[in-house]
Design a protein around this ligand. Structure first.
Ligand SMILES: [Zn+2]
Length: 93
């Protein structure tokens, strides 16, 4: 009885090892998909990109934090422009 259980364990271990050594490459989930969903419009305080005026719902590719708040931007260029003088930009909104 005990021996039978032991053999079953060996078989299961061999099976999982064999699976890992299989030469065929299976489709892997793309981690980039998770990265793209990193920022959502709900996570930032601004409704539009303060630099170019584009709504953040169109897509956020970069964010920056200023005074404890998150701001989303369509591109790194827009974010850099905001970071030059955030206080001035916010005063104009
Ligand atoms: Zn922009």
């Amino acid at each position: 009885m005990l021996r039978k259980t032991f053999i079953l364990c060996i078989v299961l271990v061999s099976f999982s090892c064999g699976g890992n050594e299989a030469p065929e490459t299976k489709e892997q989930p793309e981690p980039e998909m998770i990265m793209e969903a990193k920022y959502t419009p709900e996570m930032v305080v601004n409704k539009k990109d303060y630099t170019c005026g584009m709504p953040v719902t169109a897509g956020i590719s970069d964010t920056c934090h200023y005074e404890g708040k998150a701001y989303g931007f369509c591109s790194k260029g827009c974010m850099d422009e905001f970071k030059k003088d955030p206080a001035k930009v916010l005063a104009q909104q």
